[in-house]
Design a protein around this ligand. Structure first.
Ligand SMILES: Cc1ncc(COP(=O)(O)O)c(C=O)c1O
Length: 381
């Protein structure tokens, strides 16, 4: 069957599934799907609400109690005061990432995105027939885009600018000066910022996660997306939030009210429980990922693979041995060590030279993977 040309944005150039290179039972570090279960009280709230017949109706508007819980969370967590009209509930932040360019871009309008990127950052503008304008994230710039390097033509053409810290795939965070500069840049060039904050609670070494909206002027120029997926282990329940610029939120709501009829009410009750009482588990989740990070870095180093620590997220951005490209290295690692990682090139041209390791295996499996890497001889000097 022939599909529309816009579907081409999902066709990746001849990338094989890395699993195809490995024998069964390979240790999989590819997908960023959290393996830590939600708090029992969150699951209980969902279960109880699912037993009430009235909770199977359409839920177009979203529960006021959940919007209020989001508002209170932003106030307590970030000292940021939102109006309920500045909040829109989502079926996961992915929903808004896919659809925002449809709301704001005419064909040919520009969308500035980082490179490397989380794949939908590139696909969504392409789906809307917008023009993708890449901002390189380089190690020497701490994986921050150089806003000064954006050309006058691109500044004029761009309607949206997408950034995300803590960053997937690089694991970088952004300092305050970057957000301040970003807000000035957006104001001067009349560009709407979308800040994807999916990993806001997974920041390590005792540092606090930040919100773009907590910086003065942010709400005039942008919106932030946040997610229950990683923070509360609720990825499959599909719950997220868009908050910030009132007009942008309203415009997005208009599209959304025609796309879907809201989020399954039991999931919304789970969201209320998560925001009101689920916070206690977050430090433990964070510690668990931090322990895995430290274990992985130490164990893989013993096997000869030196990986810099990520500052945040559930990902390590690991250099491939010199002279090898990321596809070849991921294939060899799968074939010879039975360890699966994602080639950096799949996150954009600037991802070449790296692979992404999702810390979704526990410490025992990490040690096992390290032993297999050592035995493979891939890092023998
Ligand atoms: C950077 C980033 N943004 C957004 C998402 C999507 O999250 P959600 O489950 O809220 O749709 C992910 C999921 O992996 C992600 O890594």
């Amino acid at each position: 069957m022939k599909t529309a040309e816009r579907m081409d944005c999902f066709k990746r150039p001849a990338f094989a599934d890395v699993k195809a290179y490995a024998a069964p039972g390979a240790i999989d570090f590819t997908l960023g799907s959290p393996d830590i279960a939600p708090e029992p009280s969150i699951m209980k709230a969902i279960q109880e609400a699912a037993g009430i017949p009235g909770n199977y109706r359409y839920a177009v508007k979203g529960l006021p109690a959940l919007v209020e819980a989001v508002r209170v969370w932003y106030e307590k967590r970030y000292d940021t005061f939102l109006d309920p009209e500045e909040i829109c509930l989502l079926q996961g932040s992915q929903e808004a990432l896919v659809n925002l360019p449809l709301v704001f871009c005419n064909p040919g309008d520009g969308v500035l995105i980082p490179n490397p990127y989380y794949p939908v950052y590139e696909q969504a503008p392409q789906l809307a027939q917008a023009r993708v304008l890449y901002m390189p994230l380089l190690a020497e710039n701490q994986y921050l885009p150089d806003l000064d390097a954006i050309s006058p033509e691109d500044r004029k053409n761009a309607r949206l600018l997408l950034v995300s810290y803590p960053n997937n795939p690089t694991g970088a965070t952004a300092p305050d000066w970057f957000y301040e500069k970003l807000i000035r840049f957006a104001r001067e060039n009349d560009i709407l910022v979308i800040h994807d904050n999916a990993y806001s609670e997974l920041v390590y070494d005792g540092k606090p996660g930040k919100s773009f909206l907590s910086f003065p002027g942010a709400r005039e120029v942008g919106v932030e997306l946040n997610s229950f997926s990683k923070t509360y282990g609720m990825a499959g329940a599909r719950l997220g939030v868009m908050a910030g610029n009132r007009e942008a939120v309203q415009a997005y709501r208009e599209l959304k009210s025609n796309l879907d009829y809201g989020i399954f009410l039991p999931v919304q009750y789970g969201g209320i429980e998560a925001l009101e009482h689920g916070g206690a588990a977050i430090p433990e989740t964070r510690k668990e990922y931090e322990r895995r990070r430290n274990c992985l870095i130490a164990e893989f180093a013993k096997a000869g693979w030196v990986i810099p620590p990520c500052k945040a997220t559930m990902f390590l951005w690991a250099p491939v041995p010199s002279g090898m490209d990321s596809e070849t290295f991921a294939r060899l690692l799968a074939e010879k060590a039975g360890v699966l990682v994602t080639p950096g090139i799949r996150f954009g041209s600037q991802g070449e030279g790296f692979v992404r390791i999702a810390m979704v295996q526990d410490e025992d499996m990490i040690r096992k993977a390290a032993e297999q890497i050592r035995a493979s001889g891939l890092f023998r000097r």
